[in-house]
Design a protein around this ligand. Structure first.
Ligand SMILES: Cc1cc2nc3c(=O)[nH]c(=O)nc-3n(C[C@H](O)[C@H](O)[C@H](O)COP(=O)(O)O)c2cc1C
Length: 252
């Protein structure tokens, strides 16, 4: 049975920057933000912050895309630490464990925002463009604290200029495992290769792969999947303190 919630989720899809001039109203933005913070969060402490950006030049500088609004979802313990100090307590993050927990809080809030937006007829684009080039600029542009804060994902919001002809497909083979984990068999892998090549499934990132490659996945592995600049990311993460190994075993 398709209820309204399932229909909203089934209608989700990315608009790759081609948003119309139509602006999102203040009330709708507030509804989206209020919905985002409804997401589950570890220890009820909401270890994230959300930056709402309205200036399109700023959006472009941050992630390369513009829309009516951009929400920047950051893993962030600064508010929690400030509050602790305010009350005369100490609160320290627990390195990578806090980072993983905070990341979980952060992306749950982000996806909840995307679903809420869609339910209001507002489309979205998640972009990790904030990590391309030197991620340091994101901190500088928005005055984000260097320590205990990491911009995780940008969500660009807006009204679509035109409805796309199709929605991207998804695979479930090898993705969903009932009971025990099971690796794909060679037969299942051959079948998946065919599914990616089937234009009616719309599983591919681009149709451009058809020029010069036998299979989409040949293009994906040989041309698309690179390593990127991990050094810049380690530099930024190093400054956050989330990579420090305190060895402290605290409950999360
Ligand atoms: C972490 C993340 C980063 C993404 N970054 C970009 C991006 O920079 N540019 C873009 O056009 N799409 C980006 N996307 C959107 C994906 O390409 C898109 O979700 C995927 O192709 C499936 O399409 P659909 O969302 O329309 O179903 C990103 C999605 C996620 C979750």
């Amino acid at each position: 049975m398709m209820n309204e919630t399932l229909k909203t989720i089934a209608d989700l899809r990315s608009v790759h920057g081609d948003f119309s001039e139509k602006e999102i109203g203040t009330e709708d933005l507030q509804t989206i933000l209020n919905s985002a913070v409804r997401a589950a969060n570890a220890s009820a402490r909401q270890s994230y912050s959300i930056g709402a950006v309205e200036d399109s030049d700023m959006m472009k500088k941050l992630c390369g895309y513009t829309g009516s609004k951009l929400l920047l979802f950051c893993v962030d313990y600064n508010r929690i630490m400030d509050m602790a100090r305010h009350l005369g307590h100490e609160f320290e993050t627990n390195g990578i464990v806090s980072f993983i927990t905070g990341s979980t809080d952060t992306v749950l809030a982000a996806q909840t925002a995307a679903i809420a937006a869609k339910s209001l007829g507002i489309d979205s684009l998640f972009s990790n463009g904030i990590h391309r080039g030197d991620p340091e600029r994101v901190y500088e542009l928005l005055d984000i604290p260097r320590e205990n804060c990491f911009p995780m994902i940008a969500l660009v919001l807006g009204y679509t200029r035109e409805e796309p002809e199709y929605k991207k497909g998804r695979i479930t083979t090898g993705v969903i495992h009932f009971d025990k984990y099971s690796r794909l068999t060679p037969g299942e892998m051959d079948q998946l290769v065919k599914e990616y090549d089937d234009p009616s499934r719309h599983l591919t990132l681009t149709e451009g792969w058809r020029h010069g490659f036998e299979h989409y996945l040949d293009w994906f592995y040989a041309k698309w999947s690179g390593k990127g600049d991990t050094q810049a990311m380690y530099r930024v993460l190093g400054k956050t303190g989330f990579l420090e190994n305190s060895g402290a075993a605290t409950a999360e």
